[in-house]
Design a protein. Sequence first.
Lengths: 339, 502
Amino acid sequence: MKKNTLGIFGLFVVIFLATAILNPDFVSGYNLQNITKWSSLFAVISIGVAFVIITGGIDLSIGSVVGLVAVVMSYMLTIEGFSPSLTVFSMLCLSAFIGLVHGLLITKARIQPFVVTLCGLLIYRSLARWLTDNQSLGPIPRDDQAGFVNKEFIEGLAAIFKGKIPITETFNLPTPFIFLAVIGVMAAIFLNRTIWGRYLLALGNNEDAARYSGINTDAVKVIAYIICSLLAGIGGMLFAFELNSVQPAQTGEFFELYAIAAAVLGGCSLRGGEGGILGVIIAASVIRLIYNSINMLGISSHLEFAILGLVILCGVIADESIKSVMAKRRTAQVNAAKK
Amino acid sequence: MGDAPKPLLEVTALEKQFPGVRALHDVDLTLNQGEVLAVVGENGAGKSTLMKILAGVYAADSGSIRLEGREIQIRSVREAQAHGIALIHQELNHASNLDIAANIFLGNELHKTGFLNREQMHAEAAGHLQRVGLEFPTNTQVADLAIGHQQLIEIAKALSVNARIIIMDEPTSSLSQRETRNLFEVVNDLRSQGISIIYISHRLGEVMELTDRVVVLRDGENAGELVKNEVTHDAMVKLMVGRDLSQFYQRNVTEPGEVVLEADRLRTSAHPHCELSFTVRRGEIVGIAGLIGAGRTELLQTIFGVTPTVGGVLKLDGRELSPQKSVEAIDAGIALAPEDRKQHGLILQMSVRENANLPRLRVDQKFGAINFKSEMDVAHETVKKMDVKTPHVEQVMQYLSGGNQQKVVLGKWLAMNPRLLLLDEPTRGIDVGSKQEIYKLMEQLAASGVAILFVSSEMEEVLGMADRALVMHEGAITGELGRDQLSEEAVMQLATGSQRAA
């Protein structure tokens, strides 16, 4: 495990134990189940943005993609009555297409990632509101809606997306955790064991040198944006079923910030070229854990963002200082070896 | 001048350490009033580091600097200026959108409570311009000036802060012959006005002509000092490389084989009006000489597919090739060790293993999965074959010395078995020992049939290693010199455009 991942894991343990001691309700099956569920949901979208951040880019549109996919999926399932499998498939295509467009605009039209995805944030959110006339809706059809004929199938989907697998009497494992486990393993394999993962890390560190080594840097970058939007889309479907009521103006709002925060806290440098999947997953859990602890300990929920901000800041400062100490030690070693 | 009893500037036991490399060790230097002192040495000998310390760009780790016998601290460029020391960088850094007066006073603007005092600045700037022999209106945009004139503006800027010591870092590396003559006149003028000049150059001919005394650095240490009639070409080179020349550049020229690379009226995007035609044969080492900005790097980048060709034909082994991306050139058997190793050659934050394998991962994979075993084998093999001094293959590149970094760059390409090896300033910024190893490697590769085309700004390197040299000037090939025709004078004449060979 990387030093950074160990550090963030340590933070997780500290917050967990402290809250557990201060409020025994924290470790109740119901609460742990809740934390697991929300952590998994946010970790999925955080893994996506981690890929983009590793290339040295950024994706601000994640929350809006979550919102758009949640809205369009609910719309197709309930009001239009499309086949659920076709709907899920088209949502995967839609989100991957969004990523492809982002990637092409960034690599071929040479527009900065911040600008491209900021526009995406505005466009997708607005489309979601326009499409539904800003009325809230859910994925499960009512009996007066066209999608009612598919109700059983859709409820089956819901069981996959927001199901609970009994583990103990009080703790059920939420199915988003299974999604996270599968996605996390695939992402880690992709990043660490394939040539494309190596290329991502290489170009994030030094795009020119990667290009001079014969790497098609543009293609690799586009792949990163596709992964990011695709995972946001999967997140959108998971969130839609989880929330059961999708608000076109609100669902997914600010999720990009949670995702970016998790990626940074989990060891991805916004300079690019650095990051690991496990760290990001743990960091996403830490963020949910902090949120939960604030509730459990009766701290004003208005302080949530302040505490979160401070934790991330301290985490990054600690990370940087460890790095500079390591660098000094390394230099000393190299010099010692020379003499 | 006479025998100055007390030097103006006295540097003793200077030390400077960078991550992975000892840039300066126990370096001494003295400079007298009104003296032109040359500091020479191979690339990476520590000249630039030493000058940057004097100019306050870097801080020394230890050692003392005395000015008129008084110990001084130079912690910033501003403090250096306050002591009367000014550095004229090799790459001129003007705000080229501003006019001459604004550039001369950049950072030291004359003002009345925050409002610029334009009249006074223009008036004073005109005076400084006169001292360097320029007669432009002071409201001329610097971007409109020739490079040689821009250099003189830098000198005028140094005079404006009352510099007593002016350091010139390779001032002639991009100047034409006429501009160089002009600069020499200004330097001689300044000397007669009592200003001391530290002159850094690779052009030993210039050094002999201009300077009174030469300090030679080698691998960050004092290698020796030459005074007046001791200053000869051979004496300087011998001190610079620390051994006999014949031993340093070992080139056993053999009869070259068939043509590997052929350029026919090739045009690059940097100089689209120039048509370049030349060949490189199997087992041949061809050098490309020329001034900075002559289009040499751009030529290599075009062959390597980093920048697409604008016109003309490029053939490799008789097959036409017009690479749009470097991957196409690589697949055809071309490799490039770029000039800027840190920016283009290596991923500094990654390990030796990862860097040594970067180009070849693509050809050794199954469904995208990295073959970790062969990756490790190649890494170990590279370290062994290239004699890379690293504690282990997982060492992060940035902690290796320049020479070892360059060996990894070459190693990663040799793992691809190239037919044509392009080397852009192959020994820039590396120690003399590694240099010799790289020359030996070039020799071995040529003997094994690789065609080598290298760009070098170091005269000795071109003279020592090239079987044949192409000389470029302003984007065009102005001449081709066989090994028996190669001399500093012949190369410089072609490089500065003062003579065009038939």
